[in-house]
Design a protein around this ligand. Sequence first.
Ligand code: MUC
Ligand code: MG
Length: 372
Amino acid sequence: MTPSIESIETLLVDLPTIRPHKLSVATMACQTLVIVRMRHSDGIEGLGEGTTIGGLSYGPESPESIKCNIDAYLAPLLIGQPSSNLNALRARLNRHVRGNAIAKSALETALLDAQGKRLGLSVAELLGGARHDHLPVLWVLASGDTQRDIDEAFQHLETRRHGDFKLKIGAKPVDEDVRHVAAIKAALGEHAGIRVDLNQAWDESTAVRGIAALQEAGIELIEQPIPAREQAGLIRLANRFEVPMLADEAVQDARDGLDLIGGGFSGAFALKIAKSGGPRSVLGLGDLAQTAGIGLYGGTLLEGSIGTAAALHAWATLDEMAWGTEMFAPLLLKDDIVAEPLAYRDFGIALPKGPGLGISLDEDKLRHYARQ
Ligand code: MUC
Ligand code: MG
């Protein structure tokens, strides 16, 4: 008999960070994961995660809204439906629920995990097969203190955990931010690539001034310098500077990608399963970008191990990720809710093995950190 979806449980899980993580939009001392446990009539459980950054300061979905909207609107559309037809279920969710890409990503992940466990295949195999079993992972320097960031970078280079670094800037005046970035680049020299992420902090004229100075300092990539909706401005910046622009908040899905490419954008796209609605849905944007010669970058909304594994299965299927990945967030968290942590080594991470996501829960830890 065809299995069907029996129940969907959502849990808010609060995990402290190892140090304050400072972005232009929020300072994080804790990350809240929304964990989905989807049970099917054949006894199989699929795991999913939908996570954002800083409550509502990063985007229009909060951890609480993700949980509430799954419980009230999305789960009832899935309960009782056949488990195995992901495309039919995606269409059903998209027909009845606008937006809510992070909530949809958690559900798409749980469906893929369950189907993989059912068939004895990994999520990457369900998505067509892995082209890579190890992906490069950078580290984000965002302690807010220049010397602490430099020390962190050298420590990760020495242990071969990370070889490239992204700096979160935009909260301070431009000249102060540029001094901070240039000091870190000068300390690390040619040992490591340094990129910056503004998280939309600048207006276009500030960006012109700031990017000129960052280019001069040897920065290799500038992520989302201006607001997401100002696509024309991002295209102008991409064409004005030699240092490439990385579109992040400006490119949620393939529709945004098409607009940017059509408008003459060159540079790179940050893919995120959370922006596009899941590990299957994000590949539409990935394929479009590769066809158009746009470089790819495997991005995160600082998901824990379940969301990180889900993204890795998607990134592993792509021919090339020109800018590597930033799937480092499990290392930013003090503890984990999975039995086997993800394996970080040799400046990257191993694609988890085993059916589905290749991840299982540590039930005691989950109980301990779940919000009551
Ligand atoms: C973002 O906008 O890139 C990725 C790394 C990090 O520290 O924050 C995220 C979000
Ligand atoms: Mg970003």
